[in-house]
Design a protein around this ligand. Structure first.
Ligand SMILES: NC(=O)c1ccc[n+]([C@@H]2O[C@H](COP(=O)([O-])OP(=O)(O)OC[C@H]3O[C@@H](n4cnc5c(N)ncnc54)[C@H](O)[C@@H]3O)[C@@H](O)[C@H]2O)c1
Length: 330
């Protein structure tokens, strides 16, 4: 039996990369519990794709607004087996526009759950949360209370509770992946407050100078896009009974300091590349980043076999190989 899968935010950075992976091989477990081919993959997004979407007859591109319930109901129909819900206003954007953040990140997510509920077939919903749900602890684990200090973090935390409750009621088979900051994010910077963590590696490798807004001893919890995509497949496939009533899985990352990230860039690409990074302290960015955890001990993810990257070097190498065709500007 082949599956229909919907990715909201499907032409965004993670959505597109997950789509490519899903099309490459049958790995998603279907309703029978076995890996099944996907014969229909709907990529739903508000914007025209920045990067070319996968060229594959199984892909259908749908443009629309997640805040429109009729659109979402038409999107998630009685044939839908799984929805990866990625559409979101990212952290800096949700902080800058309070109403837009709540409309997209909270109400939009609720529409996804409602549409899935109305199908009457309990589809899988994979929601994407963030370490922004935490509130300033240096170190977090699976039992740390969610006390977000930004609107984005609050919207993600509420989304996690909704996924648990719709699952408890038997409306959906939900699961949430709580992600660290994704580094290296390819393409242009977005409005995420964490964007600099990718820029300080991405821009120098492409011959551009870049500012580092935070101190060298600041630590960031990071995960590559490749490992994030694998984690989405893993969390989709895990048996719901193994998760129990709490459907959230905090993904582990690695915790280099900014100085260690820049040292790894220097070791990999040389002095000319590393010297393209200039220190330009920004108190606002520093204060936002200071509220995020430096260390995560996700025993649950570990037990499920979900692995972070081995090192910053591995992250840089996979960015150059996957996104820059194996070459950088020395
Ligand atoms: N990248 C990270 O570091 C990170 C970390 C933690 C969590 N997340 C979460 O992962 C998910 C995917 O992130 P990403 O990095 O791919 O972001 P992204 O910005 O590349 O993708 C999000 C997509 O959502 C779409 N979107 C925004 N508003 C919409 C609307 N009203 N209707 C329909 N689509 C809309 C955007 O056009 C965009 O393509 C998001 O939910 C994000 O909050 C990302």
């Amino acid at each position: 039996m082949a599956m229909k899968v919907v990715i909201t935010g499907g032409t965004g950075m993670l959505g597109r990369r997950l789509a490519i992976r899903i099309l490459a091989r049958p790995e998603l477990r279907g309703p029978g519990g076995n890996p099944e081919a996907v014969d229909k993959l709907v990529l739903f997004d508000a914007s025209e794709p920045v990067e070319p979407p996968p060229d594959d007859p199984r892909v259908q591109l749908v443009t629309g607004d997640i805040c429109d319930p009729a659109t979402v109901e038409a999107l998630i129909d009685g044939e839908t087996d799984a929805v990866f819900h990625f559409a979101a206003v990212v952290s800096g954007g949700a902080e800058a526009d309070f109403d837009l953040g709540y409309a997209v990140n909270l109400t939009g997510g609720r529409f996804v759950l409602e549409a899935a509920r109305r199908t009457g077939r309990c589809p899988k919903i994979v929601f994407t949360s963030s370490l922004a749900v935490y509130g300033g602890e240096r170190s977090v684990d699976d039992s740390t209370a969610l006390t977000p200090r930004t609107s984005y973090g609050a919207q993600k935390a509420i989304g996690e509770l909704l996924v648990n409750d719709y699952t408890r009621k038997g409306f959906v088979d939900g699961r949430t992946l709580r992600l660290p900051t994704i580094v290296v994010r390819p393409g242009k910077p977005n409005k995420a407050a964490s964007g600099f963590a990718s820029s300080i590696l991405r821009e120098p490798l492409q011959g551009e100078t870049v500012s580092n807004p935070v101190s060298r001893d600041t630590r960031m919890l990071i995960l590559s896009p490749k490992r994030a995509v694998q984690a989405f497949i893993d969390v989709h496939n895990v048996d719901g009974d193994v998760l129990g009533p709490n459907r959230s899985v905090m993904m582990n990352g690695i915790s280099p300091s900014i100085g260690e990230m820049l040292d790894a860039l220097r070791a990999f690409a040389g002095d000319a590349v590393a010297d393209r990074v200039h220190e330009a302290p920004d108190a606002l960015v520093q204060s936002i980043v200071d509220a995020w955890p430096w260390y995560a001990d996700g025993a649950r993810a570990r037990k499920l076999g979900m692995k972070p990257d081995a090192s910053v070097q591995e992250i840089i190498e996979s960015f150059v190989a996957d996104e820059l065709g194996g070459k950088f500007v020395s």
